[in-house]
Design a protein around this ligand. Structure first.
Ligand code: ATP
Ligand code: MG
Length: 395
């Protein structure tokens, strides 16, 4: 058994003062959730500003899968697979454990190394630098293919002497951020595109629980398009935890707007109705903000003037985490989080079907008000019906 445990380090949580224990407890529960597929194989707990994932069974066969899951837990800064040994005050015992660790992980490989020791438990009778120097000597003697390089080693062997001793040499980077559940809840407007799943990922990364809302227009949009959005919500949920997806039938509203309003204003007016409905459902679900994947200037509906016109109907904050990103930067994140291949599947979106050839890029609110005025007899009823007939999918 190469490793029995993981040591999880967190970064920003450390700055949270009196609320710190809440952040730590949320992170512990997020890590437990991430590993729930393995039942009681792992014990997750906090101790001395660290989180440990221990196991009594050999998990080498699914080690990579476990690390992949941990890499998706926001709040995790680094994941260190460790050998955890009982505290000893006897240098010989410590050296034996370290030699056995190096043997199991590196065998007779050829590498440069250094040993770095932290002695938190001061009852160990040697100083950190002396422990590192002596262990370095023991390793050199036992593994003839190794060389010490204190400046730029290929391998650093970390020894942490606490109430037990942690031995490790690998640090896997976690996603950073804050544990989901520490920053309230927001409603993501999730389309089938590239941007909105990335926007959801980024807000969840700051600890926010995500609900999502998708507007579809059957029969103009297909079941496959809907399934694609469900799949995207599932991808976001791998990071954010469970996503409650609200699916809204937008067909009647879209047809009415198409029939009654100038076609160059279609997208803006549709967007305004999406925002109104999203806000109504957000309030019902106790979401404190909306999230969109908009980025300045990407398309006609995302000029500053258009964003202003869309934003105007919302009374709660609208988070647009991609606002200053280029498409290429968004695509890179989309690929990193595993959403890209799903996002580019070529299914229609309701906004691309009812679209004008020449949409306004600088909508005037006074014109939009006039156009919306034409809808007033019927639209409230259609909006209520759309909200009442929502379909909910837990992703
Ligand atoms: P995306 O890649 O997220 O679809 P996009 O570049 O295609 O974005 P638009 O279609 O203009 O941009 O949409 C802007 C934002 O409006 C989206 O990021 C999303 O938050 C929201 N949105 C658009 N269409 C829908 C929809 N059918 N359901 C829910 N939200 C939507
Ligand atoms: Mg889109």
């Amino acid at each position: 058994m190469k490793y029995q445990s993981f040591l999880i380090k967190y970064a920003e949580i450390g700055l949270k003062g009196k609320n710190r224990y809440k952040f730590e407890d949320t992170l512990v529960s997020r890590v437990k959730n991430a590993l729930s597929a393995w039942g009681s194989v792992f014990r997750v707990y906090k101790e001395q500003e660290r989180i440990y994932v221990d196991s009594d069974v050999d998990f080498s066969d699914y080690y990579d899968e476990v690390v992949d899951k941990l890499k998706k837990v926001f709040g995790v800064y680094t994941i260190c697979p460790i050998r955890k040994v009982d505290f000893t005050t006897d240098y010989k015992n410590l050296s034996k454990e370290v030699i056995s660790f190096v043997d199991d992980i590196y065998g007779e490989r050829n590498f440069t190394f250094k040993v770095k020791t932290r002695r938190i438990n001061k009852t160990f009778p040697m100083h950190s630098d002396d422990i590192s120097a002596d262990l370095g000597g023991d390793i050199l003697e036992r593994f003839k293919n190794t060389t010490v390089d204190v400046h730029n080693p290929e391998v650093t062997i970390f020894i942490e002497i606490r109430n037990h001793i942690n031995i490790y040499s690998e640090k896997v980077k976690g996603p950073g951020g804050l544990p989901v559940g520490t920053s309230g809840k927001a409603m993501l407007l999730l389309s089938g595109g590239i941007d909105s799943p990335v926007a959801g990922y980024m807000v969840a990364k700051r600890g926010v629980v995500i609900d999502a809302i998708y507007f579809h227009a059957p029969p103009y949009t297909s079941d496959r398009a809907k399934q694609k959005v469900i799949d995207l919500a599932k991808i976001v949920s791998e990071y954010s935890g469970r996503v409650k997806l609200h699916i809204i039938n937008f067909t009647d509203i879209q047809l009415k707007i198409y029939e009654m309003c100038p076609h160059d204003e279609l997208t803006i007016i549709m967007r305004r109705y999406m925002m109104r409905i999203a806000e109504a459902i957000a309030k019902k679900e106790e979401c404190l903000a909306l999230i969109t994947g908009e980025s300045i200037g990407q398309v006609a509906s995302q000029t500053v003037e258009s964003l202003m016109a869309t934003n105007e109907v919302a009374s709660i904050p609208v988070f647009r985490p991609l606002i200053g990103f280029d498409k290429e930067e968004i695509i890179n994140i989309s690929k990193k989080i595993g959403a890209f291949d799903t996002s580019i599947l070529p299914y229609e979106d309701c906004c691309t079907i009812f679209v004008a050839k020449h949409p306004v890029t600088k909508p005037k609110l006074s014109h939009i008000y006039k156009s919306e005025e034409k809808l007033k007899e019927i639209i409230d009823e259609l909006v209520s019906k759309a909200i009442e007939t929502e379909e909910i999918v837990l992703c």
